[in-house]
Design a protein around this ligand. Sequence first.
Ligand code: UTP
Ligand code: MN
Length: 493
Amino acid sequence: MLPLKRRKLPSPSTGSTAGTNDGPEVPCRFPEIVLFFLERKMGSSRRTFLSELGKKNGFKVESQLSSSVTHVLCENNSADEVRAWLNTQLTVPTSLHLLHVHWFTESLRAGRPVEILDRHTLQGQMEEEEKEEETCSFTVPNYACQRRTQLHHHNPSLSDALTLLAENAELNEDDGRAVAFRRAAAVLKALPAEVTSVSQLKGLPCLGEHSLRVIKDVLKDGSCSEVETTKHSQRFNALKVLTGIFGVGVKTADRWIRDGIFNLQQLRESQTTLNRAQQAGLDHYEDLNQPVTRADADSITEIVQEAVSSLFPGAQVTLTGGFRRGKMTGHDVDFLLTHPEEGREEGLMDKVVSWLDSQGLLLYQKTSRNSYLESRDGPGRPSSNMDRFERCFAIFKLSRGQTSPPAGHQWRAVRVDLVVTPISQFAFALLGWTGSKLFERELRRWAGHEKAMSLSSHALFDKTQKRYLRASSEEEIFTHLGLSFIPPSQRNA
Ligand code: UTP
Ligand code: MN
């Protein structure tokens, strides 16, 4: 019996024969059982039919819910729904079986009330449905590049927790651990629904013991102590602030921390010598740590577009990185520059950068030469994600429209990456620069482990055939790799 936490109300007098109104009276064979069929979601005609059927077979059936009712029979209702309904009733028995109609039909077949099993109860039914869901609900392919990962997904609190631990591992140069957390976060981002219990995750790839422990904590308590401790630790925060300076990597930040420098003020007051990039990074720290908006990115696209088309007619500008994946903000703006005629892209970077500089649009820039030569460098090395395009790391001085507050602040600094690629490598560069970083890493892992190929932002080399595979579009590269095409907006792994 299911005890109901509800006060007992005075009950109206109840009829107690199993007889029907129209047919001959059938003696009540099971006096200890009183049935009530719930009309809700069953419908009145089916309810009448089942009630009559019960009476004809010697069951006592009540048409009103009364204190004498022992068994409530339902169809298409959850236990919660029935309890909610009971709470609206004037008279409710103190204890009741909430059963599915199956129990009744089985009893008719047996010619007597059958023993109540879990599968007959609404609660038990629900648990079985849940169990079924848990074993078959989530399946995702192993590699992030085989999955579609939208920007917005169902498990942000879980992926945020794992991402913070990944970030911390990166800041401590523990790459193995960082990738493990990134992969786990990416699996959660790809799930078609919110995770409510770790048991739903059985059989999913990339979820190690550590990640599962974090997930379990967040599901249970809404947070995980390891994540909270990390988030508030002095080292994590110092590393974040210091590496947040453009030009400062984890090695430098770690050295400064060992020298007792934990924040910008201490850095400014110290005698530490900064290189040109770091000085620019420190000078524009506030701006560069403000998210770049889509509108900022569009303004910069216009400027670069204008510079390129006036200086190099025919040359093309393509916005890549997070904005190409549909992100509304980013930490920088990434562009690929190319020319449809192979070789005509030469000299493009110098001209564009000098023009931008002459217009006072650059607060900082450092250009590096193209150092990639297929014949000399051989197949792109998947272990290194440094590519060797002609590249410009810049800090743009972006004028604000009149609409942008705060007043008095007429411009902001924005990190911009310009990369020039020959058209023959453009598709590889586009795929490589669109990201996300994990998606790229997974593409290279897939190529190497599953296809004996080596993928870089320059080329795809087939180690079995010992030759480069050409491609003029991203679609062709996915085809070479034996993968379904994943559009940029679904590469947010
Ligand atoms: P970003 O670091 O700009 O990432 O690199 P993002 O996805 O645009 O994120 P936000 O919004 O700016 O924070 C963009 C892509 O370029 C590749 C990265 O792998 C990433 O996929 N990349 C970056 C390179 O291939 N080489 C580099 O030297 C830097
Ligand atoms: Mn970017």
